[in-house]
Ligand binder design. Structure first.
Ligand code: MD6
Ligand code: FE
Length: 214
């Protein structure tokens, strides 16, 4: 096809593992809507550095929206209906987040995804996220939809055990990563974010992960 190298509709989905799909640029048309809906969430529930159960402040700053939010403190990792900072319920999950998550999940082959939690991570230059598994959710049958905004990152995508080799995956502004099924408990992390300035987002990376936690 004559136009094939023009990539008019953006690059196509890439299957990274049996049930893991990268959707490059999937949310680019919705970025402004997502940012408009993010602003009031951040006013009500600002980014903060939570402490690991071991007492260390996390490098990534985070907050949540949805009926459940992921929290970490001396008691451990868990989902909570309320923001420990404000004692208020987490801000509601905007319809735009829900729609994008549902569409991305469906494109990746997961029907009827209805998230109830969105973890919002904030990275500055040099911030990294150590290798971990997402296992605080109730039912691992539901996928996770991860939306990247701002500075690019290198995502480490490992196996079922911490020691397993990792693939390095570039995550750029507007990309969506969907994973579930047999890949749901793979170890993963984020390499230190390279300093830079994104034309829309500035000197930061923001990642939204939508989950069904409860
Ligand atoms: C991040 N993401 O990209 C961190 N977890 O900033 C995650 O930890 C993650 O992207 C589960 C599924 C997808 C993810
Ligand atoms: Fe994770």
């Amino acid at each position: 096809m004559i136009q094939s190298d023009l990539d008019l509709f953006g690059p196509s989905p890439q299957r990274l593992a049996a049930q893991t799909v990268l959707l490059p640029g999937f949310v680019l048309p919705q970025v402004e809507t997502l940012l408009d809906d993010l602003r009031p969430i951040l006013r009500a529930a600002p980014f903060r550095h939570m402490r690991t159960p071991g007492g260390q402040a996390m490098a990534v700053a985070l907050t949540n929206c949805g009926s459940l939010g992921w929290v970490s403190d001396q008691q451990g990792y868990r989902y909570s209906t309320h923001d420990p900072l404000t004692q208020q319920p987490w801000p509601a999950l905007p319809e735009s987040f829900l729609q994008v998550a549902r569409n991305a999940a469906e494109t990746a082959g997961f029907d009827d995804f209805t998230p109830d939690a969105c973890l919002i991570n904030h990275y500055l230059a040099d911030t990294k996220l150590s290798l971990h598994q997402d296992h605080d959710e109730n039912d691992f049958a539901h996928p996770i939809v991860s939306i990247s905004l701002g500075l690019p990152a290198v995502f480490l995508f490992g196996g079922m055990q911490r020691k397993d080799p990792t693939q390095r995956i570039a995550l750029n502004h507007g990309d969506v990563l969907v994973w579930g099924g047999e890949d749901r408990l793979r170890f993963h992390g984020v390499m230190p974010v390279k300093p830079g300035t994104h034309p829309r987002m500035g000197a930061r990376r923001i990642n939204l992960t939508l989950r069904r936690a409860g």
